[in-house]
Design a protein around this ligand. Structure first.
Ligand code: ARG
Length: 584
């Protein structure tokens, strides 16, 4: 690949690898150069930190190795300066022409120079996946929006993404609910009952289930009947599902989550495949009987007493559980959907379940060469650091959160917007409010818990949605004021000079590498961090480098840099599922 096509970071990587090979021998050429953008231009634009790791490996002073490598990195077309500092950092300054070229290539490219991945495979992403018959609550937020962001990133990189909403429509919760309703004389249709009613009925059913052993038994038998195709059970069940799905789709629409009816492949879908799963497992010899149930003991899993932990495939009453359905779903995904990657975006509290599932799939040879990944995430906490609840201690309804976000955002957005209609203001508040909630979630380290904090998520400063949206708005306003179109700039005019321009351009060049990292780690917060840094660097650039007031050539170059920043921000927000707004 010529430098012209390779991204700046690829070109640097190749140059360092070649220098390592020349200095230390070909066998070391593959060493990760550990390239990082420098915090300050006085240390160049990038640092290559591989001398430290090589030093350990080869038992030589890193400084000496750094000098040897640096000697092979002659200034030229790509680099203007190479220096060794401290214990062995190699500071690289990119030549003006290379930086200008890399920036121009991005500006010219519709995809902002992010290559489509070669030999893309199919990724199945299981997200959203609520248990229905319950109203959507705060506990459903994370899977929905993290999964959505991941889907968008993989899709943009050219992977074939199949979204799957593994709707919980088939388990014990339905046994309880149906049993209660049928005993109360409900017949085939729960029509007219809203999700809100169902939520309340479900609470009653659960109470009765916990208090009344007879009811609990009947509820369990109800599941077995339902799964066996009992007509009255099925009919009532269907009407409950319809109402749940209607509500769920509405919430996804408000959230801007791209899950629709066609992505729903609920637990019940796998019902007819469950007996086959049992038979196929039996054939592998992995299935054993334990206390009347059909189970598998995945290697290495123990309960608290140190006894082998079973994964229950078929209960003693003949019913199938969560695990059986997941076995069937896994087979379907790698078999019929041809997935090369199966991604489950589910709460960290289910980590054991997925670890066991993947172990079983591997041990019986059912992965079909696909990679299985559990994308786990932490819990949303209240100010008291306990799982987020309403003041009264109840579950926080998702619809309510979105309404409150919209209301609170009215003070951040649109207040001073001249000539805006009430409808526009309302639309804007919604975009800012919902985005703030989503971004606060996506930007926190995925695996950790985080505290739900209205003031922080709506702040105009800091790593927040309003800050990023505002950065984009500011760029748009420059173009409005200057009466220039963001699309009509000449890449040939780009000429990076000031340190603030350099740092911005260097950071822009990292877009593709950042998306690579997100696609590998499945951590959207890395993209948030990148965008936040980008907005901050743009802010700094804007303070030090006049744009519209500069003389023509400089103005053209700075406009081009601004346009590129705006497009990268817009793309990044879009991939996170955050609304890009024109004014606020
Ligand atoms: N419905 C489940 C729950 O609410 C999540 C399903 C996740 N996906 C899966 N294939 N198990 O806990």
């Amino acid at each position: 690949m010529s430098d012209l096509q390779a991204s700046l970071i690829d070109a640097l990587q190749q140059a360092v690898a070649a220098a390592v090979a020349a200095a230390l021998g070909d066998e070391h050429a593959g060493t990760d150069p550990l390239l990082r953008p420098s915090k300050d231009t006085k240390f160049g634009d990038f640092q290559a930190n591989l001398a430290m790791s090589l030093g350990k490996k080869l038992g030589k002073p890193p400084r000496q190795l750094a000098d040897m490598i640096a000697q092979q990195l002659q200034p030229g077309d790509l680099l203007s300066k190479v220096e060794v500092a401290g214990p062995g950092f190699i500071n690289l300054t990119v030549s003006a022409q290379a930086l200008n070229r890399a920036t121009a290539v991005m500006l010219k490219s519709e995809r902002l120079a992010v290559p489509l991945i070669q030999a893309a495979g199919t990724a199945v992403i299981d997200y959203g996946s609520p248990n229905c018959a319950k109203e959507m609550h705060i506990g459903h937020l994370r899977s929905s929006i993290i999964g959505d962001a991941i889907s968008r990133v993989l899709e943009f990189r050219g992977e074939r993404v199949i979204r799957q909403n593994h709707l919980g429509d088939w388990g014990t919760q339905f046994g309880m609910l149906l049993e209660l309703l049928l005993e109360q004389g409900w017949s085939s249709s729960g029509e007219g009952s809203s999700i809100h009613d169902l939520d309340e009925l479900y609470r009653q059913a659960k109470q009765k289930f916990d208090a009344d052993a007879g009811f609990a038994e009947r509820a369990r038998m109800r599941v077995v009947k339902l799964q066996a195709g009992d007509e009255p059970s099925l009919k009532l069940w269907q009407s409950l599902i319809n109402e749940s799905a209607r509500h769920m789709n509405e919430v996804f629409r408000l959230l801007g989550v791209r899950l629709t009816d066609k992505d729903i492949r609920p637990e019940s879908f796998y019902n007819s495949r469950l007996p086959q799963v049992v038979e196929a497992l039996r054939a592998t010899g992995a299935l054993v009987e334990s206390e009347g149930a059909q189970v598998v003991f995945p290697n290495g899993f123990k309960d608290r007493e140190g006894e082998p932990l079973p994964m229950i495939v078929q209960k003693s009453d003949g019913g199938f559980g969560y695990a059986a359905t997941d076995l069937a779903a896994a087979r379907f995904r790698v078999g019929e959907l041809q997935a090369k990657r199966v991604i489950y975006v589910v709460d960290a509290r289910q980590s054991d379940h997925f670890a066991m599932l993947f172990t079983v799939l591997n041990s019986v040879g059912w992965t079909n060469g696909a990679e299985f990944e559990h994308v786990a995430f932490g819990t949303i906490l209240g100010a008291d650091k306990k799982p987020f609840k309403t003041r009264a201690g109840g579950t926080v309804r998702l619809i309510e959160v979105l309404e409150e976000a919209t209301k609170r955002a009215a003070t951040v957005s649109g207040e001073k917007l001249e000539g805006a209609s009430d409808a526009e203001r309302a639309e804007l508040s919604r975009a800012v409010g919902v985005s703030a909630v989503k971004y606060a979630d996506l930007s926190s380290d995925r695996i950790k818990d985080y505290v739900f904090d209205w003031d922080r998520m709506l702040a105009l400063e800091g790593n927040t949605a309003p800050y990023l949206q505002n950065a984009y708005v500011r760029i748009r306003s420059i173009f409005r004021k200057g009466e220039v179109s963001m699309e009509q700039l000449d890449p040939a005019m780009i000429n990076i000079e000031a340190p603030e321009e350099r740092m911005l351009a260097v950071h822009l060049s990292l877009l593709s590498a950042t998306l690579d990292q997100v696609a590998t780690s499945l951590e959207p917060h890395r993209l948030c961090g990148y965008l936040y840094e980008l907005a901050s660097l743009y802010h700094r650039f804007y303070e030090h480098c006049p744009v519209l007031k500069a003389e023509t050539a400089v103005k053209q170059s700075r406009l081009a840099l601004s346009a590129l920043t705006g497009r990268v921000l817009a793309l990044g927000l879009e991939l996170l599922g955050i609304s890009v707004i024109e004014r606020m």
